[in-house]
Design a protein around this ligand. Structure first.
Ligand SMILES: Cc1ncc(COP(=O)(O)O)c(C=O)c1O
Length: 498
């Protein structure tokens, strides 16, 4: 049974003036994107070579309907429930962070809006150093370095830390920024292990021990890149087991296997006061490098890289992305500090628990529905994280909902028009054939939001089953049918249209 939920610790942003989403609103917005995906033969012929070459590169994306668009999202402008944004503790949406941020500014009324230079030249200042000290102490780290974003942080870590001859071993699902850093790194040997698969990790370490004499003799290191929570799957890294395997296999040389843990999706969410997975497991002294980012549960932006003095000195000296950029300015640092003020005084704790309760409610309700087993068996509904969900020590805020690939857009349209904004994830973000809808729970979501989402999923399954069983003349579900008829009127195609 799902435990009774306590009163929401944060107030949902008011949807007072927002309208329900209509098929016309949605089509109006999606239309630009759909039209943009069409390759128009001969359209670029008359362009100067420079622009024609660019358009031809874009046409390759268009041909597979994977051209990205910057669009206004629906949950900010309609009453649709927000299961999308990364403001997981709702610190930003609830106004709690704004209030703390303004208090932080008020403490420093003479603040400068710019930092005045790069950190190594004129851009260092006492407030940023003090903030770094406080953040390091909060996470039980010796030192830390603030950087502009998590992307920049991962590139800095992997371009600076692995030395020539070192080997990088990484989980198959690490973030694009880690791949970017690895691609630019000095380590020539880079080996992927299967996602969250301890046996695959073990096999890779054994093969390195057998083939790399320098590593075997303890003269070169292995750097292991993992994330505490994976953003496209919502699963948690078996970090303790990976650390144990490396100790078992490397014995006296085990300190030559070091871990880099990207805590982007666990910051604020897991561990004491949201200090992250490494802190939760008590591995602060064993993990060489951790990165926390602030664009998600912390409700602002930026990132911090943590390690000992040697790691910090390397990060200050080698990554070009740190050396040749303007240092974070006061308002940026103050927003991060405001977030830590909330976490370190326990004001994020209730929100952290609330997210756990909502995830519990979701798994309990969706798996105990009378049609759960039938829908699973028919391949219409698959929620990977539901496997053994009640045995887990903690749940995450990210849940992926899978249906058959050809139905993904149908389910998306149905949920959106029922008032639930989830995020469609397709190739190239995930492998071909593994498209999914990603729902992110927030402390500001209500129990009814979760139950309504689940009801809506099962209503859609009823509709699909009727169609598949030939109990109706319809070939597509209602929401998809309305949407496709508008597309047809304009001669458009794609997005699961049949
Ligand atoms: C696991 C992971 N690492 C790093 C990043 C990049 O962080 P930022 O958005 O601060 O650049 C992201 C962002 O999506 C992420 O999911």
């Amino acid at each position: 049974m799902a435990p009774a939920l306590t009163e929401s610790p944060v107030v949902s942003p008011s949807t007072g003036n927002k309208k329900d989403i209509s098929i016309h609103d949605f089509f109006g917005r999606a239309r630009t994107r759909i039209i943009g995906q069409q390759v128009v033969p001969e359209a670029t012929k008359s362009l100067p070579t420079f622009y024609r070459n660019l358009e031809e590169a874009l046409d390759i994306r268009r041909a597979s309907q994977s051209l990205y668009y910057i669009m206004q999202n629906h949950w900010q402008t309609s009453s649709a429930v927000n299961f999308c944004s990364n403001d997981i503790l709702s610190l930003s949406a609830s106004g709690a962070l704004r209030k703390e941020f303004l208090a932080e500014l008020a403490k420093h009324p003479d603040f400068m809006t710019g930092s005045g230079g790069s950190r190594l030249m004129d851009g260092n200042y006492p407030y940023i150093e003090q903030t770094e000290r406080e953040i390091a102490a909060f996470h039980g780290a010796e030192e830390c370095l603030l950087v502009g974003s998590g992307y920049e942080g991962n590139v800095a870590i992997f371009t600076a830390i692995p030395r020539p001859g070192d080997v990088i071993v990484y989980d198959a699902l690490v973030h694009a920024s880690t791949h970017e850093g690895i691609a630019q790194s000095l380590a020539a040997e880079r080996i992927e292990f299967q996602h969250n698969d301890v046996q695959s990790f073990r096999d890779i370490l054994i093969s390195i021990l057998e083939s790399n004499i320098q590593v075997k003799q303890g003269r070169r290191s292995i750097l292991v890149a993992v994330e505490s929570v994976y953003s496209m799957d919502g699963d948690v890294c078996p970090l303790q087991e990976l650390v144990d395997v490396s100790k078992e296999l490397f014995g006296e040389h085990h300190e030559n296997v070091q871990f880099v843990v990207d805590e982007a999706h666990s910051t604020g969410i897991l561990g004491p006061q949201g200090a992250g997975l490494v802190s939760h497991l008590g591995l602060q002294k064993e993990i060489a490098v951790r990165m926390h980012t602030f664009g998600k549960a912390m409700g602002c932006s930026g990132a911090v890289i943590m390690g000992n003095k040697t790691v910090k000195t390397v990060l200050v000296n080698f990554p070009r992305s740190f050396i040749f950029t303007t240092s974070p300015a006061f308002p940026f640092v103050a927003s991060i500090r405001a977030g830590y003020n909330l976490l370190s005084t326990g004001r994020g704790d209730a929100a952290q628990e609330r997210v756990q309760d909502l995830a519990t409610l979701f798994f309990d309700t969706i798996t105990s529905h009378e049609n759960w087993a039938k829908a699973n068996k028919a391949g219409l509904l698959f929620v990977p994280q539901s496997k053994n969900w009640d045995d887990r020590e903690f749940l995450t805020h990210i849940v992926t909902i899978h249906t058959r690939d050809q139905y993904m857009w149908w389910l998306y349209l149905h949920l959106l028009l029922s008032g639930y904004c989830v995020f469609p994830v397709e190739h190239p973000v995930v492998p071909v054939g593994q498209s999914r809808l990603k729902a992110t729970f927030h402390a500001g979501n209500s129990e009814d939001d979760i139950k309504g989402l689940i009801d809506s999923i099962y209503n859609w399954i009823d509709e699909i089953v009727e169609i598949e069983d030939g109990k109706t003349d319809k070939k597509v579900t209602k929401a998809a049918g309305q949407f496709y008829s508008m597309m047809r009127q304009e001669g458009l195609s794609g997005f699961g249209m049949i």
